[in-house]
Design a protein around this ligand. Sequence first.
Ligand code: PMP
Length: 466
Amino acid sequence: REPRGVQGDEALRKDAVEQATRHLVQPWPYAGSAGAEARTLIGEGDGIYITDDAGHRLIDGPAGMWCTNIGHRREEMAQVMYEQAMQLSYNTPWYTMNAPSAELARRIADHAPGDLSHVFFTTGGSSAVETALRFMQFFNNVRGRADKKLILSRGGAYHGSTYLSASLNGRPRDRDWMDGADDLVVKLSSPDPFRRPKSLSVEGFCDALVEEFRSTVERIGAERIGAFVGEPVQASGGVILPPNGYLKRIREICRANDILYVSDEVVTAFGRLGSVFASGDVFGLDPDMITFAKGVTSGYFPLGGVVISERLLEELRRSNHPDAMFAHGLTYTSHPIGCAVALKNFDILENGLLAHTREVAPYFQSQLRTLEDLPLVGEVRGLGLMACVECVADRESKDPLELDKDVGKRIDAHCQELGLLVRPLINMCVMSPPLVITRSQIDDLVSILREGIVRTMEELRKEGMW
Ligand code: PMP
């Protein structure tokens, strides 16, 4: 097939670069290049591949931003968008509704754990987290618990880029130059076993985390804490898998203290860990709310949402304030095209892709672990089709490389030359390919990544930095 898009079209490429440099503000820009930056121009996507403006075909290692789960350029997705747009492209959500959103809510509820039965649709993950938190505030106001609003979050967390969701973020750099609603948020430790205190076993570390949670609730007072928000696997923090049993123990403390447990599954839902939702199926949890986005449409349309427990809605309906309004909605809540796209995406997941993911995930994990023989690699960890290669200066001491070495970026640059896009995170490389990846494509991904790390090691040695 002839390449389409920008490849080979030098004029188009130049125009795009010039216009972007003059008029586009890229996300996550540095002050020094804000509003004056072009990035790699992508011409087309196909399956697990994307092609850049020079015509280089790259494996989409991070699946966009953890989202292109069913792969790029699927005709049935284009078809469903076209058909829905030709039937009903929009309806005003505050006094009308559409059928795709109702069917999608029912299918999501069918897969959600516990009594999570209702869905509020948003435009993405940040607005989903924001919705869950505003719902908690409303819920406690209606119940006459106006003081019960504080939110517990953790180091290593990423929950979004709107004001309140971003206030929960706890990764390095997230808050260096940004303000947040610090009076509303209490931060706890990251549940990162790799970076646990040297004196503790993983079990001891788990006990310490649970104790920190319990004593924080006791110190602040449960009557002031409304919610805990946590990713089951901290994705953008570096695919941090908490110690076994930790999530369930936190859940029980929340239940005992009437603190709503919000499981942020923006990354982990819709297939990444082999299930529609990982909270119940993988971790045995029954949260009060689950936030999702990304994989729900595999990035074909901006859509997210919150699944809410029947118990909470029932309590609202039975409250003394039947006229209190949850004054919260978005122009694009329950967007008909987004929901129709999500229904088709659901079909693809259920008709084999979830099973395929479960089948290839152990191979993906074991092949990536072979990289642990490289002296720059401190740990390879992950679950399902998400993983992280963490580089260290010294494997014994686990000393992290200095930030300015930007090892992830160096590895990414080498890998891009070899045909793989990596998501660099300071000294880490995150891998979360589209779920349609095959075993032989996993072999390609791992061998390119190995070569990229080897070249980075040589480069660092040459520069006397390692
Ligand atoms: N929660 C998690 C766990 C995420 O990883 C992200 C995005 N990476 C968000 C929320 C925010 O989602 P969005 O970018 O769609 O607003």
